[in-house]
Write a protein that binds this ligand. Structure first.
Ligand code: PXG
Ligand code: PLP
Length: 454
């Protein structure tokens, strides 16, 4: 820590009326209430299996797999060894016009667990980068086939697709529009599927709402098919409150896209790698998109990495012009980074050895019983679940939306449980190695916190 800078930053903070503990001034934290956090910091210093430990040595049960990413649990030996070995063997390999063996190996392994016919893998370094990669791929795909008027990108209300310009544009979060304005032009949105009046407290997929997919026909009628490149949705919306797709909805969306030649992109950053009981939600729901965006569980959260998995036909359409030319002018300095590829291989080995990509399916009934037992607790207005994802929606405190949710988060943390809240919805997405006793602990702790937040 540079003392002079730290002191200057602290003085500046004091001048504006906020005080920050020594050593904490320089780090501008992402998606965090910085001033509040620095008054009462929550610091994690170690992790293993289902648990974190904080700087005071307290053990904390991980109810959210870090941030929906540590699907195999923490500090898994195969992954640790793979990263250590790779760091010593080769630190970096230029990804443009060059490659290293593990990039091919990881792509093959991802393709093996992807839906039939989706055999091409393009690497990025985060979900946000993978989302923007997929959007650019969709635009370029139509151009390379001579349908260059297909430029419009469609998202869905209440969608979250990361933080880059493409992602916030197709995303459906009003906060991004309030903070950043227009972003990418030529974007429109279909309706979200959340319907608490008809579907509250449904176990698994809601019965009502397949017809909401027809909203895509409305936008086709408005913009004309010839102008629409792609529609991107999360099969299960995570960040905006755990919204489960109604029965038949995704298939209907698929059918409408197929009818009009619109690419369907599933953003599986959260649902990918076993979260819903199959490797991808596409398989859980039996609907195959044209592109899958993934990240998080790809490397068990250990080294940043994202990817786009493309249908073979989409990739093949690019392989047309002269062979010496670059087919898709896109990529990142750290695409297919050796450390990330090593971590990815260690992760997929761990998933395979322990059957983790289908374990959510085995645990989901017990998990569902647990989360739905919170129905009837004070202010619980809805409970939603699929695989090992749970959403418990609380009614907001009068005039102070998000505060009750945050109070529950703080209370759980105090009692040794890490959860995630988005607005007033508690989101659970534990590591897939979870045992029944952990589910019991999560539900007991959460129940107490919800009661105390009444
Ligand atoms: N798409 C989806 C569906 C996501 O959930 C991203 C894209 C972006 O990934 P990166 O790796 O760029 O963060 C995400 C990320 C939350 C939360 O609280 C969820 C995410 C990120 C931060 C917070 O639910 N998901
Ligand atoms: N900005 C500048 C000036 C660069 O040279 C580069 C990459 O070479 C980038 C941004 C993009 O960085 P990355 O490839 O890590 O996304």
């Amino acid at each position: 820590m540079n003392k002079a800078i730290d002191t200057a930053l602290m003085q500046a903070a004091e001048a504006t009326g906020s005080t920050v503990p020594a050593g904490m001034a320089a780090y501008w934290m992402p998606f965090t209430a910085n001033r509040q956090f620095k008054k009462a910091p929550r610091l994690l210093t170690r992790a293993e299996g289902m648990h974190y430990w904080d700087d005071k040595g307290r053990q904390i049960l991980d109810g959210v797999a870090g941030l929906w990413c540590v699907n195999a649990g923490h500090a898994r030996p195969r992954i640790v060894q793979a990263i250590q070995q790779q760091a010593a063997e080769m630190d970096f390999c230029p990804p443009f016009q060059m490659a290293h063996p593990k990039a091919f190996e990881l792509a093959e392994r991802v393709a093996q667990i992807a839906p039939e016919g989706m055999g091409k893998v393009f690497f990025a370094n985060s979900g946000s980068e993978a989302v923007d990669t997929a959007l650019k791929m969709a635009l370029a795909y139509h151009r390379v086939r001579g349908e260059g008027t297909r430029t419009r990108l469609l998202g869905r209300e209440r969608g979250y697709h990361g933080v880059n310009f493409g992602g916030i544009s197709v995303g459906g979060m009003v906060g991004n529009r309030k903070t950043f304005g227009l972003a990418v032009a030529g974007v429109d949105h279909i309706r979200h599927t959340h319907d608490p009046v008809r579907n509250a407290f449904t176990v698994g997929q809601p019965e009502h709402g397949a017809d909401i997919a027809d909203d895509l026909e409305r936008l086709v009628a408005l913009h004309d098919t010839s102008n629409i490149a792609a529609v991107i949705v999360e099969p299960v919306a995570g960040s905006t409150g755990v919204l489960i797709p109604p029965q038949g909805y995704l298939q209907r969306l698929r059918d409408i896209c197929t009818k009009h030649g619109i690419l369907l992109i599933f953003d599986e950053v959260i649902t990918g790698f076993g979260r819903t009981g199959q490797p991808f939600a596409a398989q859980t729901f039996g609907v195959t998109p044209d592109l899958i965006v993934c990240a998080k569980g790809l490397t068990n959260g250990c080294v940043p990495m994202g990817a786009v998995i493309a249908k073979n036909a989409i990739h093949d359409a690019f392989m047309s012009g002269p062979e010496h030319l670059i087919e898709f002018s896109h990529g990142y300095t750290y695409s297919a980074h050796p450390l990330a590829c090593a971590a990815g291989l260690g992760t997929l080995d761990t998933y395979a050895e322990e059957g983790l990509l289908t374990r959510a399916g085995e645990m989901q009934d017990y998990f569902a019983q647990g989360v739905h037992s919170l129905k009837g607790e004070p202010n619980v207005i809805d409970v939603r679940n699929i695989g090992l994802v749970g959403g418990i929606e609380l009614s907001p405190l009068a005039g102070e939306p998000t505060k009750r949710g945050f109070n529950v988060f703080l209370d759980c943390y105090d009692k040794g449980l890490l959860i995630r809240t988005t607005g007033d919805t508690v989101a659970l997405s534990p590591p897939l190695i979870i045992e029944r006793s952990h589910i019991d602990q999560i539900i007991d702790t959460l129940r107490g916190a919800i009661r105390r937040a009444a």
